[in-house]
Design a protein around this ligand. Structure first.
Ligand SMILES: [Zn+2]
Ligand SMILES: [Zn+2]
Length: 325
């Protein structure tokens, strides 16, 4: 359950809808990312690291606990009992999504400050990741190599109101760890993500998105304009009725999309007929995304990779999500 909405019988969102409610928020992603990379587990450390207001942080931690992504554990300090928060197994399984987000931004988002680099302990190289099919072992796999079919009710069950407004964080660009400024635009609120999902499923026209998603015209117009500015969608036949297609940058977001779908449908159960089915054409089996090392070609595991901060900062090895305790 999500912790944001009382979830009842028929109103239960699809697995993807539940997952987006749980993680489709900028602060939530940053809190999880810091838990993964810096092993932050205490309130004051997130507050200081992210410069968050205490009330927003308290609210997000509460949601993360209710959503089963953080586990509160009491500890004693100076004679007082306090709480720290450990990543649950469900949250730890987001690690390939974080790597894929890092890799996509590295390919597509120009920035003034360097991203952390990824090191693969097995081959010893600084490397990048490559999307592969866990069912048959093939890599690389792109959006063109797969076919996505939605259940009849998928989108009807994605959209549940959440309480937060979209938040935009100021100085993220100066912080090498906050590597997802553009990803937040695509992932940071549920409408953006479902519009993108519909684009992956072949929706092209304003009217198509509207009828498919039931999204308000003003919201839809805003997101389509923003996606076009970001170069994720391009408007062909511009004019009164443009046709929107995914650009190379948009199509390459498929890896992130695939990990979200896979994670959502592994950890959340939606009503019947609301799952997306992604098939790898070459093997004909359900597409389960996995990551391979671009240098040595081996499948990556969480314990065998770490991030290294860029040269400007003192070198730190950042292991992913070992704060399970
Ligand atoms: Zn395959
Ligand atoms: Zn390697």
């Amino acid at each position: 359950m999500t912790g944001t909405e009382p979830v009842t019988g028929t109103g239960r969102p699809s697995a993807i809808g539940q997952a987006l409610l749980a993680i489709g928020d900028q602060w939530t992603l940053l809190i999880l990312q810091r838990a993964f990379l810096l092993h932050v587990r205490r309130f004051a450390d997130w507050r200081d690291e992210l410069g968050m207001s205490e009330s927003v942080l308290a609210n997000r931690l509460k949601e993360l606990v209710a959503g089963g992504l953080l586990r509160p554990v009491p500890y004693r300090e100076q004679g007082r009992t306090r709480t720290e928060y450990l990543l649950t197994e469900r949250a730890i399984e987001l690690w390939p999504l974080l790597l894929e987000i890092w890799s996509w931004e590295r390919r597509w988002v120009p920035r003034r400050h360097g991203l952390p680099e990824l090191a693969h302990d097995v081959c010893g190289n600084r490397t990048d990741v490559e999307l592969g099919c866990a069912s048959c072992g093939a890599a690389p796999v792109t959006a063109h190599d797969t076919e996505t079919v939605r259940g009849a009710a998928t989108f009807a069950q994605v959209t549940v109101a959440r309480h937060h407004r979209r938040t935009v964080r100021g100085q993220a660009g100066r912080d090498p760890l906050s590597y997802f400024p553009e990803t937040f635009e695509l992932l940071g609120d549920r409408w953006s993500t479902v519009i993108l999902a519909a684009a992956f499923l072949g929706t092209r026209r304003f009217a198509g998105f509207r009828s498919e998603l039931g999204v308000a015209p003003s919201v839809l117009a805003d997101r389509l304009r923003r996606f076009t500015e970001l170069g994720v969608l391009a408007a062909d036949e511009p004019g009164a009725r443009p046709r929107y297609r995914l650009t190379a940058k948009g199509l390459d977001f498929f890896g992130i999309f695939a990990f979200i779908v896979d994670w959502a449908q592994t950890w959340y159960a939606g009503p019947p007929d609301t799952d997306l089915r992604v098939t790898h054409r070459a093997c004909g089996r359900p597409f389960r995304p996995c990551l391979r090392c671009r240098s040595c070609g081996r499948a990556l595991s969480r314990a065998e990779v770490h991030f290294v901060l860029p040269e400007a900062a003192p070198e730190r090895r950042l292991r992913l999500g070992v704060s399970r305790g």
